[in-house]
Every structure is written in structure tokens, then in C-alpha cells.
Ligand binder design. Structure first.
Ligand code: ATR
Length: 282
């Protein structure tokens, strides 16, 4: 990127611990370059003990950033330290996108919106499903369940290795979300139109259990938030069994859109060239 554009424009960051594997600098760098905008976006590693001081320097302007993304393990603390977290951050207890506005630190959470935008782009009509199965009960699962409910999915079956954790999460949402153990998987898949893996199972070439997807509706969609590899073991199995599949890379790309727009003033597009750039880097 040409130096003057980086020197003079708004500066944004992604912070996490560790953060060096983040692909966000590649995504925002691509948009800055293709849109010809001045500005920079850099990875900025901050240890948990130093995070409150980092946020203080962001608010005072000393850090020189207009805002940034926050990833593991800082999302909950980012929510707590923001001046004005939005309603979605409040519901999730976590924020991944921060920006300064009128001298105040604003915060939102774009994970769930990124998830649904990816499905909208790659399998329009997915939200006609009455019932969905969500595997895993961590932070990503919480954001996705909230987004599925916001999109009108009536019945959500939350399946988790530790059923108590699934129950705790389901209790936050009321009767439309039901918690189950892994043993109940086949039963709750019956008649579901969407299957989502939110666990790390199958990541980076690790094995994942065999799943019989046949109880799903024949036009069901199977998706995974893991995107390395792009075709995860769950997606390979589902495709082999004749189901439509959507990989998780688009969620990463779409969750980045609202932040970029806040910091740099233009709404960027998720296009095939960007997808190819990230795949090349994997
Ligand atoms: P995140 O916030 O990214 O969603 P997390 O909070 O660590 O991550 O949650 C990870 C999820 O993957 C959990 O649902 C976890 O199951 P437990 O609650 O039983 O720990 C699930 N998970 C991780 N490894 C798993 C494995 N080997 N088998 C089954 N589930 C697994």
C-alpha cells in the first residue's frame, strides 16, 4: 500500500491475545486499497492485563485510533469498558467492534450479522427453516442463536457435549431454544432446515465425529463457522449425503463490513477476489 495513504488516513486496529493469526488486516487492507481510501488497519496485540489501559488510551485519543476490532479473549471486557455498547452487545455480553463518536467509545457485535449475511449471500431463502440445530454452546453459539431468533427461526435445538452449558445458554433465550446432549442429536435433527457447527471440531485438519445428516429436511442447509479448512469434515460429510453446504469464510468477511464503514466511511463489498485472497493465505 502506498505510504502516504497509510500515514494520513484514519487508523484502525484488531486486538486480541494472540492476534498474529488474525486475517482481519488482510481484509481491511484489501478494502482500503481497492476503494482507494486513505487509512490503515493493523494487528495490535494486547495482553489481558493491559487491555483496560489500551481502552483508556483509545478513549483519550492518545492511541491515535478511530476504532477497531476486538477478538479473543477481549470481547467481554470490550463490552464492559465501552461508554455506549449497543443493545445487541448488551444481550450478548460481548463486543467485537469499537469506534469513537462524539468523544465516546461505542461498541457493537457483528458476529451474528456476519453469520446471517453469509447465508443470505450463498443460500438465499435459508431463513424459511422452521427449526435449526446448533452444535456448541460457547460465545459464537450465543451470537448465532440471537441472530437466528432475530431472523424468525421459531425452534432452535442447542446440542452440546456439556449439556449443563447448553442449558445455561438456552435459559437466556426462553422456550424457543432447547438444550440437548450429543446423544439427542439424531432425534432433534428430524425435520430441521438448518444445521450449524459452532464448535472447533474439525478445525485445522483435526478429526470430527461422523454425523448422519439424513434426518434433516432434504432441502436443509449445513454450515460451519470453522473455515480452516474451507470444506470442514462436517461439510464434506453433509455434501456427500446430498445436502447444500455453506462454508464459514463468508462469516469472517461479512462481520468485518460494519466496522470498516464506521472507521473509513464507505461500505465495502464482500467479493470473490477477497475470498480468493484469504484462501490463498490459508
Ligand atoms: P467460542 O466462544 O469460540 O464459541 P468456546 O466458548 O470455547 O468457544 O466454546 C467451544 C464450544 O465447542 C463448546 O460448545 C464446546 O463444548 P463444551 O461446552 O462441552 O466444552 C465445544 N467443543 C470444543 N471441543 C469439543 C469436542 N472435542 N467435542 C465436542 N464439543 C467440543
Amino acid at each position: 500500500m502506498d505510504d502516504s495513504r497509510e500515514t494520513f488516513g484514519p487508523r484502525a486496529f484488531v486486538t486480541g491475545f494472540p492476534v498474529k493469526h488474525s486475517r482481519s488486516p488482510l481484509i481491511h487492507g484489501y478494502w482500503l486499497k481497492t476503494l482507494g481510501l486513505p487509512g490503515s488497519y493493523r494487528a495490535h496485540e494486547v495482553a489481558p492485563a493491559d487491555f483496560p489501559a489500551f481502552i483508556a488510551s483509545l478513549k483519550s485519543g492518545e492511541a491515535g485510533f478511530v476504532g477497531g476490532n476486538v477478538t479473543i479473549p477481549h470481547k467481554e471486557m470490550a463490552f464492559k469498558l465501552a461508554d455506549d455498547p449497543d443493545a445487541l452487545s448488551e444481550e450478548l455480553g460481548a463486543s467485537n467492534t469499537l469506534w469513537m463518536e462524539g468523544g465516546r467509545l461505542k461498541a457493537t457485535n457483528t458476529d451474528g450479522g456476519g453469520f446471517t449475511a453469509n447465508l443470505d449471500g450463498r443460500h438465499p431463502g435459508w431463513d424459511k427453516a422452521h427449526s435449526a440445530v446448533v452444535l456448541g454452546a460457547g460465545g459464537a453459539s450465543r451470537a448465532i442463536i440471537q441472530a437466528l431468533r432475530d431472523r424468525g427461526i421459531k425452534e432452535i435445538h442447542l446440542v452440546n457435549r456439556t449439556v449443563g452449558r447448553a442449558q445455561e445458554l438456552a435459559d437466556r433465550f426462553g422456550s424457543s431454544v432447547k438444550a440437548h446432549s450429543m446423544a439427542a442429536l439424531a432425534e432433534v435433527m428430524h425435520g430441521a432446515g438448518l444445521f450449524v457447527n459452532t464448535t472447533s471440531l474439525g478445525m485445522d485438519g483435526e478429526d470430527a465425529p461422523e454425523i448422519d445428516f439424513s434426518p434433516l429436511l432434504s432441502d436443509a442447509v449445513v454450515t460451519d463457522i470453522v473455515y480452516v479448512p474451507l470444506k470442514t469434515p462436517f461439510l464434506v460429510q453433509a455434501e456427500r449425503q446430498g445436502f447444500a453446504v455453506v462454508d464459514g469464510l463468508g462469516m469472517l468477511l461479512h462481520q468485518a463490513v460494519p466496522g470498516f464503514e464506521k472507521w473509513f466511511g464507505h461500505r465495502p463489498k464482500v467479493d470473490d477476489k477477497l475470498r480468493a485472497l484469504i484462501i490463498e493465505d490459508m
